[in-house]
Design a protein around this ligand. Structure first.
Ligand SMILES: Cc1ncc(COP(=O)(O)O)c(C=O)c1O
Length: 348
């Protein structure tokens, strides 16, 4: 079976995690702080705030825009995970769904007005941002803009996911990066009930204030421990994905529609487009090749949104797109087996 997902948790990561569990300091501890420092170093961002999901990070950023900047509506691409839009709705913002690039599903630059969540879909870096753009970087660890900067550092903030299918994982986790000091201070409070002091900074046990109502979005130190080694090994991960992407690109040219190769992509997934996508999915499944679809239903078709808008591009993209496996568990021989199966299907 060629699996679509794969995690790269190594014995050294497990050992680090076990040490944390034995240390007795499980939350708000030094390992979360170490991960945050490593993340700043990796991305070049001034601040990194660890949370328990990317959705938590997106929600925090949306809430900040509403409370501190008086924004009431955000544009969201019609092709993305529901979290990109749910976060805005949960913060009490209106969501306006907008159309995407027909080739790679990324929000069209003409929709950038300074009030939007953009998504670096499949790890492909969106070209433009504004100072208020929330960058959904769930797919885009290691992706760079054309100027060489890490995604998530150009707009207001970047929000990353450590869900199991992602480049690096701790089961559930997220990271918000920003260069904006006010957002950093807000996010540190927002992720922990609005409480102004963690236990190690209290003059007397239980002596703290809660400044405003907010959820518990903290990351545990055990989760952070799992991520530190994966982040350090990330370049190997990225190089491996690039090698597999080049094989797909060379050998699937002319067979199916290929993604435009945006410079700086870290190839979270390799998305092709083809008519009779679902026929191909079934064919590959019979050959024990797992695939996925990001995303089969545009948000405008979801009951939660049920929007009258259906972008011409987003609907076609959703109907034809297919994600092929591309991760450190995929060997060159696996990629060639997948290519062979796709060619066989197309010629049948
Ligand atoms: C584009 C995108 N944004 C946000 C999320 C939400 O991430 P999390 O599960 O860490 O909350 C996902 C999850 O897969 C995603 O794919």
């Amino acid at each position: 079976m060629i699996q679509f997902g794969h995690n790269n948790i190594q014995p050294e990561d497990i050992n680090r995690c076990v040490s944390v569990l034995q240390s007795g300091w499980l939350v708000n501890g030094p390992v979360v702080e170490e991960l945050e420092r490593e993340f700043c170093h990796f991305t070049g961002a001034s601040y990194a705030i660890a949370m328990n999901s990317c959705t938590a990070c997106l929600h925090t950023a949306c809430y900040f825009l509403k409370e501190k900047q008086g924004i009431s509506k955000l544009k969201v691409p019609d092709v993305t995970h529901v979290a990109s839009a749910h976060a805005a709705r949960m913060a009490g913002l209106e969501v306006e769904l907008v159309d995407v690039d027909p080739q790679d599903g990324i929000m069209l630059p003409e929709h950038l007005t300074g009030e939007e969540v953009i998504v670096h879909l499949a790890g492909q870096p969106a070209a433009e941002t504004t100072p208020n753009t929330i960058e959904d970087c769930a797919h885009a660890l290691g992706s760079k803009y054309s100027n060489g900067g890490h995604v998530g550092t150009q707009g207001l903030c970047g929000c990353f996911s450590f869900y199991p299918t992602k480049h690096i994982t701790c089961a559930e986790g997220g990271m918000l990066i920003t260069n904006n000091r006010e957002l950093m201070e807000f996010a540190r409070l927002f992720r922990g009930f609005g409480i102004d002091r963690p236990p190690q900074f209290r003059s007397k046990p239980g002596e703290y204030d809660s400044l405003f109502v907010s959820p518990n979005y903290r990351m545990s130190d055990a989760s952070a421990a799992l991520l530190i080694g994966q982040l350090k090994r990330f370049e190997d991960n990225r190089q491996h994905r690039i090698k597999i992407a080049r094989i797909y690109e060379e050998e699937l040219k002319g067979v199916v529609e290929l993604p435009s190769w945006r410079n700086g992509t870290s190839w979270f997934i390799y998305q092709i487009q083809t008519e009779n996508r679902d026929g191909l999915v079934e064919f590959l499944k019979k050959k024990e090749i797992q695939t996925s679809v990001h995303y089969r239903r545009p948000l405008s078709q979801m009951s939660a949104y049920n929007d009258k808008f259906t972008g011409a591009n987003s609907q076609r993209f959703a109907d034809t797109v297919l994600s092929l496996p591309i991760h450190q568990g995929i060997m060159e021989s696996d990629a060639r087996e997948i290519i062979q199966a796709i060619c066989l299907f197309k010629n049948s």
